[in-house]
Design a protein around this ligand. Structure first.
Ligand SMILES: C[S@@+](CC[C@H](N)C(=O)[O-])C[C@H]1O[C@@H](n2cnc3c(N)ncnc32)[C@H](O)[C@@H]1O
Length: 422
């Protein structure tokens, strides 16, 4: 094998290994079955469905095997030998992160707050959200965040179970809401895919969350956006592929609340999309030529309708945004080079980017209490908004810092410079 080919092969293996590792790290307390693992890895490294299921005769018996699945299981075995994952007792093909592997992550202890990095526009703080936002003096125009998922079994920090999740989110939001500007917004990207123990029925925590935010903070529900993610991994595997009682998931709710609905700063002119070629032709020809009525007369089309030149298309409230983005790839590469555990529950930059443009103006303050890789901070930075983000896990915030190197005034806490996984 040539040296160049050997280098390419080992880079590919490393990528595959990292994808397998991140599948388990994504939700450290949730066991993962092999079907879920294959899908996660295929998505992460770009293996097509056909490639994943293609079977090839192997050995003298000529038995058919999927070589890709076998490669993934080899990485799984390596992780097992490194004592990073363990088999879930009594379940076939179901593995989870070991307690030792979870120690690669360092959660800030209660009361600890450390300035991890900053730019001219913003600061990222390693610490628990509830400790950090208490005495902020600048009004917040937007709090956009994706809180930890509700887990079936709660953990000492971070992920509470589906019964405790509403209180957990509200306790962390309280100091932020106290400082929300009169024209400000709270936006929560939450999961719809939390199931009742052993059942294909979904938790109703989302309904409880909406009521709690409205009742406890006197905020008003403006919108339940649908974030349609066409590249979302298929699942939940058990209820979709095994019992076949569900359809594959492909969206997450994004709940938007306002302090004063009439004063809220949203403006759809900041997020106009390009018109389609067809619409441009329609405007150029002076609009519709025909007359018609729809919806029992509720909508009337007259000659000349849509003839007025407009700057762009007003987006619909279903936000179709794929998961893969250059920022995610840059983050994975930097965190891998630094030897840091990868954050597996990240969002694409396009989601905070859209909402920040829609709900704020340059110079406004945007915050994210559950910052992860500080992607909300990055979108705010790129759009000229001030930002403040917190994250409880040191390794995630350190990996995220690499995304900010090119921005004016970038400063990284020297104590974090050489942080490596234990
Ligand atoms: C769903 S992830 C957010 C991912 C982020 N939007 C991104 O794209 O990178 C939730 C994050 O909240 C962090 N977290 C959990 N409890 C926290 C707390 N009390 N204070 C601050 N961060 C916390 C978790 O470590 C996790 O990184």
């Amino acid at each position: 094998m040539s040296k160049a080919r050997a280098r390419r092969t080992s880079a590919g293996q490393l990528e595959l290994f990292e994808a397998v590792r991140s599948a388990y790290q994504k939700m450290p307390d949730v066991p993962l079955d092999n079907e879920g693992l294959y899908n996660h890895v295929a998505q992460a490294v770009g293996i097509s469905k056909q490639e994943l299921s293609m079977r090839t005769p192997v050995g003298t018996s000529g038995q058919l095997h999927s070589l890709k699945r076998r490669e993934i299981r080899w990485c799984q075995q390596t992780l097992k030998h490194l004592k990073l994952i363990e088999r879930v007792h009594g379940e076939r093909g179901v593995w989870r992160l070991t307690e030792g592997a979870k120690r690669d992550l360092h959660a800030a202890k209660k009361g600890v707050k450390l300035l991890a990095f900053s730019t001219d526009l913003g600061v990222a703080i390693w610490g628990a959200a509830a400790d950090t936002f208490k005495r902020l003096e600048v009004p917040i125009t937007l709090c956009f965040t994706s809180p930890p998922y509700a887990l079936r079994k709660s953990r000492a920090y971070g992920n509470p179970d589906e019964h405790g999740i509403v209180d957990f989110i509200c306790e962390n939001l309280e100091p932020i809401i106290e400082n929300l500007a009169e024209d400000g917004s709270l936006v929560l990207n939450v999961s719809n895919d939390i199931f009742e123990e052993g059942l294909p029925s979904r938790s109703t925590y989302l309904e409880r969350l909406v009521l709690a935010v409205c009742d406890r903070f006197d905020l008003k529900l403006m919108e339940r956006f649908v974030w349609h993610n066409p590249s979302k991994l298929p699942g939940p595997i058990h209820w979709v592929s095994k019992t076949r009682q569900h359809l594959n998931v492909s969206y997450e709710p994004v709940l938007w609340f306002a302090k004063s609905p009439l004063k809220v700063k949203s403006d759809n002119r900041r997020v106009l999309q390009p018109h389609s070629d067809r619409h441009i032709r329609l405007m150029a020809q002076g609009g519709e030529k025909r007359a018609a009525e729809y919806g029992d007369g509720a909508y009337k089309l007259k000659p000349g309708s849509f003839g007025k030149w407009t700057e762009g298309k007003i987006p619909k409230n279903v936000l179709t945004l794929g998961h893969s983005c250059a920022v995610n790839r840059d983050y994975r590469q930097s965190a891998t080079e630094l030897g840091l555990p990868l954050h597996g529950a990240g969002m694409p930059l396009s989601l905070p980017e859209f909402l920040i443009q829609f709900l704020t103006e340059p110079g406004d303050l945007v915050v994210d209490p559950f910052g992860g890789r500080i992607v909300t901070g990055l979108a705010a930075e790129m759009l000229g908004r001030a930002w403040l983000c917190t994250e409880i896990m040191l390794e995630y915030i350190r990996g995220g810092a690499e995304l900010f190197r090119q921005y004016p005034g970038f400063w990284l806490n020297p104590y974090l410079k050489d942080l490596r996984a234990a």
